[in-house]
Ligand binder design. Sequence first.
Ligand SMILES: Nc1ncnc2c1ncn2[C@@H]1O[C@H](COP(=O)(O)OP(=O)(O)OP(=O)(O)O)[C@@H](O)[C@H]1O
Length: 468
Amino acid sequence: MSHTEENKTVEGHVGASSAPSPDSGDQAGRAILLEHITKQYSRKGLPAVDDITMEIPSGELVTFVGPSGCGKTTTLKMINRLIEPTSGRITIGDRDVMAMNADKLRREIGYVIQGGGLLPHMTVGANIALVPKMLHWDKERIDERVEELMDLIALDSDTYKDRYPRELSGGQQQRIGVARALAADPPVLLMDEPFGAVDPLTRQGLQDSLLEIQASLHKTIVLVTHDFDEALKLGDRIAIMSEGAHVVQYDTPERLLAAPANDFVEGFIGGGAGLKQLTLNRVTDAELWPAVTCSPGEDAREVLGRMKEAGGHKHVVVVDERNRPLSWPSRQKVERMDTIPGTKDPGLATVSEESSLTDALNSMLVSNAGAALITGRRRTFKGVITVEVVMDAISRLRTVEPEEDGGPVGGNGEDPEHYDEDPGSIGEAPTSEIEDDDSAADGSAAAASENDSDAQVPSALSGGDDEQ
Ligand SMILES: Nc1ncnc2c1ncn2[C@@H]1O[C@H](COP(=O)(O)OP(=O)(O)OP(=O)(O)O)[C@@H](O)[C@H]1O
């Protein structure tokens, strides 16, 4: 094992996320504007969405949160016209979505649903390649794109590309769902309860990956969730909705916690508004502790010597040849060893650079440790965060000032005020590659099902209004 002296001690401060941007991934987000949008499913009764007006700024991640049946999904699906509005106008960039061919529109908007919505009889690679194939990209370009995206979602292409969805875990399927949605580099991504079907730890990892991807791609993302903590962690802005998609408050997470508009919003926040602010702090905002690292096979006495030299460290982080943490034995444990073992501790408390302080605290509690290891891109070791650092953050929770310009409009029966006209149009890059005639669009969707007759083409690709 060849570790240089420099990487034996990892200093605390960690830079911003450095997920690479795929070379074709330069299509940043486009602003979305909903103007007086109403959806009435039946003539009788109240509308499911009642005259909503909302500005979703370009490059931001906006979360919709609210009780079941309040109209979150209906609002989301009207953006890609899986559901047609009864009245109102939706623009993406400077284009009115109602004026576009619906199939074409949906290929220019990534769509992620719970569970990933992968086609079961297609391999992972074929699932990711679905939209680029419909856009008639050549094979070489598609293969390259699949590799890039698998790298972006941190799944080894050689291992997973030829597997079928049933051979993947729920979390892996969900990652592939995100990769597929990003395949044609759309400026807008719609996500409907994307992480609802996985366990809490996997969910935390998926949320971190999404934040990492967003930090490099700057898409405009609208994400529906039931989970207020998820909305807080992921959202640049949160729209809290009540029945009829009434926007009770549309604000940054900081402002929501500091100044909830009314009892309804307070009900969402619950009792621990102060503690929830921890969700808004990333582990990298905190002071990370340095750590001594060593490699499997090293002489335990030498390692103890380094721990002493570094100021009497009580633990050492064992890392593999790619600097990924394997275990974190105490000095007493190392004193009982001859050589450092290469076994991986499954209960190791690790969180990623994108994790919140709440995630770090959870991880410490689950693993019963007073600290957690921070890992960066490709799970490489970055430093240690201790429970004392989290406690210190709790005692310094900040107060939040209102936005100077009042922020974008989000409400019902209102007119947009602050809409910042985005000169770009939704489909500039992809549009040039999409055949304009409707038959091509229909033919491509059919081609996907022909290849796999039992497969259900995901609704975002197959088109159509899903009203009953
Ligand atoms: N296809 C449909 N036909 C008729 N009514 C519908 C249809 N889809 C949704 N609704 C009704 O519209 C309202 C809003 O539903 P929607 O699915 O948008 O809510 P939601 O907030 O996303 O709910 P959940 O969180 O449970 O998914 C509900 O009252 C629902 O019953």
